[in-house]
Design a protein around this ligand. Structure first.
Ligand SMILES: Cc1ncc(COP(=O)(O)O)c(C=O)c1O
Length: 394
């Protein structure tokens, strides 16, 4: 069976963890945490980088930094992972869902402005599959309405928009190093701050609401409780693992891009015949080969393809379900804006009235992800392409 994902180990992870263990400093903010943060700041130009235990944690920090108060509205795509919006809901926000683009699961920047009210505080673009959202349009709207932009760059490490690293364009960025991502630490994440006004508070929130970071730098002679926060910083073991991956990032990215290109070229004839849709990379975006997906013509066809591939020893998987149709959103009116309060029965399910996000629903029904990992061989990629071909010929 060709698995969907396989974690790639560079060979140095255990060595660096061993060093961290015997350095005597196991908790957070030690040598490896600082090395990783310095790398991200210098390589991608983030004003501040803070390691976290997950992207979910980074998003929760972002929601605190945005000073979300009950009733504030946050605009986000519905085609995304739960954490994108849950972090804001925990602070009392109402989520205003925006549709995806027609040819790309990213938020449709042209549909954002119509959703803005006097309660809107934040826009959260998600760079799906590591492919950039239209950030110029989003930042222009944000500046005009004085909104904060939090980039959910969970899948977008080492990817660019018009030459600018993702996670460095919005006021705040959030990355994931979960084992399914390009570079990994099991669980793990990163918060990036690009707006000076959030830097001091981000360190305090990171360190359980204390000014301990300032104390360690010798800027104050004692530290104490100064704000809200949590234990968002990871132990040194996580950062030691990640350091081994960072050192090999160029090699990892190169191989992933080769596999991606092999899929793309192999499947192009089927896309040209109209059987399926290939990923669309706008000219302003790069491809970090986080994921390879195809879009089928219907839910039934996608289910049949996944079944066919499984019967032939290949694991492929669908992705997000529309969040605007989720049980949580439907049954928690407090996280919906005032014009989306009524629900109706659709079949045996209840749904919120007035939320029509057809592109999001299309990707929820029809998108399927193919195996994508560093050690996937060329032979396996060829076999996957040929099985997909056999499915469409049959
Ligand atoms: C778009 C998006 N945001 C947030 C997350 C959460 O990341 P983590 O598992 O590191 O908390 C994910 C997870 O895959 C994701 O895909």
């Amino acid at each position: 069976m060709i698995s969907f994902n396989k974690s790639f180990l560079t060979g140095k992870e255990a060595h660096y963890i061993y060093q961290a263990v015997y350095s005597g400093k196991l908790s957070g903010n030690g040598v490896y945490t600082k090395k990783c943060q310095k790398f991200f700041e210098e390589h991608y130009g983030f004003k501040k980088a803070l390691m976290t235990t997950s992207c979910t944690d980074a998003l929760e920090m972002a929601a605190i930094l945005c000073d979300i108060k009950p009733g504030d509205e946050v605009i986000a795509p519905s085609y995304t992972f739960v954490s994108t919006v849950l972090a804001f809901v925990r602070q009392g926000a109402k989520i205003v869902f925006c549709d995806s683009c027609k040819y790309n699961p990213n938020i449709d920047a042209d549909k954002i402005e119509a959703l803005i009210t006097d309660k809107t505080k934040v826009i959260v673009p998600v760079h799906y599959a590591g492919v950039a959202c239209d950030m110029d349009k989003i930042m222009e709207i944000a500046h005009r309405y004085n909104l904060i932009v939090v980039e959910d760059a969970a899948q977008a490490i080492d990817s660019y928009y018009k030459g600018r690293p993702l996670g460095s364009i919005g006021h705040i960025g959030c990355f994931s190093f979960h084992e399914t991502k390009n570079i990994i630490s099991g669980e793990g994440g990163l918060l990036t701050i690009n707006d000076e006004r959030f830097i001091r508070r981000s360190e305090i929130i990171w360190e359980k609401g204390t000014n301990r970071s300032e104390f360690f730098r010798g800027e104050v002679n004692k530290y104490g409780w100064v704000d809200t926060g949590s234990s968002f910083l990871p132990s040194e073991l996580i950062s030691a693992f990640l350091w081994a991956q960072i050192e090999n990032m160029d090699v990892i990215q190169l191989r992933r891009k080769e596999i991606w290109e092999q899929y793309y070229q192999g499947l192009k004839p089927f896309a040209d015949k109209g059987f399926l849709q290939l990923p669309n990379i706008p000219e302003y975006a790069t491809n970090n080969a986080h994921m390879f997906y195809i879009v089928c013509r219907s839910l039934e066809e996608r289910s049949a393809l996944i079944k066919y591939l499984k019967e032939n020893g290949i694991l492929s998987v669908f992705h997000y379900l529309s969040l605007h149709k989720s049980g949580f959103y439907t049954h928690h009116p407090e996280c919906r804006p005032l014009n989306c309060q009524e629900i109706r029965n659709v079949g045996d399910e209840e749904q919120v009235i007035g939320l029509d996000l057809p592109n999001c629903d299309h990707f929820a029904d029809c998108l399927v992800r193919l195996p994508m990992f560093f050690e996937l061989s060329n032979e396996d990629a060829i076999r996957i392409v040929s099985e997909i071909g056999a499915f469409y010929k049959s």
